[in-house]
Design a protein around this ligand. Structure first.
Ligand SMILES: *Cc1c(COP(=O)(O)O)cnc(C)c1O
Length: 397
């Protein structure tokens, strides 16, 4: 007699797979099958990693840097990261406050595990990056959402935060520039939000993954620089993936007060030992070979900015579509609620009818929108938005 195996764990049964990765994978599969797909689903720059970064990694590999390394990351890389915060933001951090992890996503997870116990509440502004709620749930904590619509620039207000706080609230997650909306908070806006978090003694996870991808003179803000009280409770997550087009390298960082970083290092020691040894030499080159890195970043930013403006203009030309001109990241988040379809239906029909891939707003906790990534060629954007316009014209409003 055979007995069916038991069901898998509650963790395994309750996790939702990443919808952004799913749409992107579907579009890539259609492309591979020879279909003429225009994909706005990419969550990564369409540029290759700059050569000097690759070369440093290749040299490290040839030199035998293939063994386990320090759990918290290479000392030289942690020192270079610490120095970059002093240079970029005037924030004084020691290498002991820095941990290099296998990706910014992993850094976020470490930050949540280090600060939240089962039953604790975590405030997340929607539209949110898809992984936050799932990571909070994996920690046994409870995500609490606050909806921020386009009418307020997709920005959480201090009053909204104040209202969402309960005695169980432990952490608030901030993400500026934002994925999926591209919104960039001003220093004053962040200071007002952080003041509420400080008043209620919350931890702050500030996901600053897109800090260097800003346009129209927008300035990224390092949340830890807002006040000594902010610094004492902020865990900054940043990385190499988006800024230096290093998504496949799986390297991220976390900067926090030393006692918090120490806890994250201990978690990492059991969860992954260390970030990939030879990849870290590439990251080190990204930070130390400054002129080459700045030149590569400039090429990328120029292209992103041109596409951002073009896509924004074309979207607003489509009757029924409204789109803010986001100042950061590489996404626009147009409002398509006038068509009366759920965003999932809209995207499914759009892919079927016009072979255009976009991620529904519902994946980010905000119905009535689409996320369009402009980290793709000018040609695809031009063709894709033309098809989108034709699709919208075919819908009843
Ligand atoms: C891409 C992304 C990350 C994580 O990037 P990694 O590839 O894991 O370094 C974290 N937060 C946001 C908002 C992102 O878009």
């Amino acid at each position: 007699m055979t007995t069916a195996p038991r069901p898998l764990s509650a963790w395994a049964r309750n996790i939702s797979p990443s919808p952004t990765l799913a749409v992107d994978a579907k579009a890539k599969a259609m492309l591979a099958a020879g279909e003429d797909v225009c994909s706005f689903a990419a969550g990564e720059p369409d540029f290759d990693t700059p050569d000097h970064i690759k070369e440093a990694c290749i040299t490290a590999l040839r030199g035998g840097k293939t063994k386990y390394g320090p759990t918290a990351g290479m000392e030289s890389l942690r020192a270079a990261i610490a120095e970059s915060y002093a240079t970029n933001y005037g924030l004084k951090v020691t290498p002991a406050q820095v941990i290099v992890s296998p990706g910014g996503k992993y850094s976020c997870y470490l930050a949540i595990l280090a600060t939240c116990s089962p039953g604790d509440e975590v405030i997340i502004a929607a539209p949110y990056w898809v992984s936050y709620p799932e990571m909070v749930k994996l920690a046994g904590a409870v995500p609490k959402f606050v909806l921020t619509p386009d009418t307020t620039g997709f920005k959480l207000t201090p009053a909204q935060l104040e209202q969402a706080i309960t005695p169980r609230t432990r952490l608030v997650i901030l993400n500026s520039p934002s994925n999926p909306t591209g919104a960039v908070y001003t220093r004053a806006e962040l200071a007002a939000i952080v003041a509420v978090a400080v008043k209620h003694n919350l931890y702050i996870l500030s996901d600053e993954m897109y800090e260097h991808l800003v346009y129209d003179g927008a300035k990224p803000v390092c949340v830890a620089t807002l006040s000594p009280e902010a610094e004492a409770r902020t865990l900054i997550v940043a990385g190499f993936s988006k800024t230096y087009s290093m998504t496949g390298w799986r390297l991220g960082m976390l900067i926090a007060p030393a006692s918090i970083t120490k806890a994250c290092v201990e978690l990492q020691s059991q969860m992954s030992s260390n970030p990939t040894s030879f990849a870290q030499f590439g990251a080190l080159a990204a930070l130390t070979e400054k002129d080459k890195t700045a030149a590569a970043l400039k090429v990328m930013l120029t292209a992103f900015d041109r596409r951002r403006k073009f896509l924004h203009d074309e979207l607003n030309r489509i009757p029924g579509v409204k789109c803010l001109l986001a100042e950061g990241a590489f996404y626009l988040f147009p409002n398509i609620s006038s068509f009366g379809l759920t965003s999932a239906d809209f995207c499914a029909k759009l892919l079927e009818q016009e072979k255009v891939a976009a991620v529904p707003g519902s994946a980010f906790g905000a119905e009535g929108y689409l996320r369009l990534s402009y980290a793709t060629s000018d040609e695809i954007i031009r063709k894709g938005v033309e098809r989108l316009a034709r699709f919208c014209a075919s819908l009843k409003r």
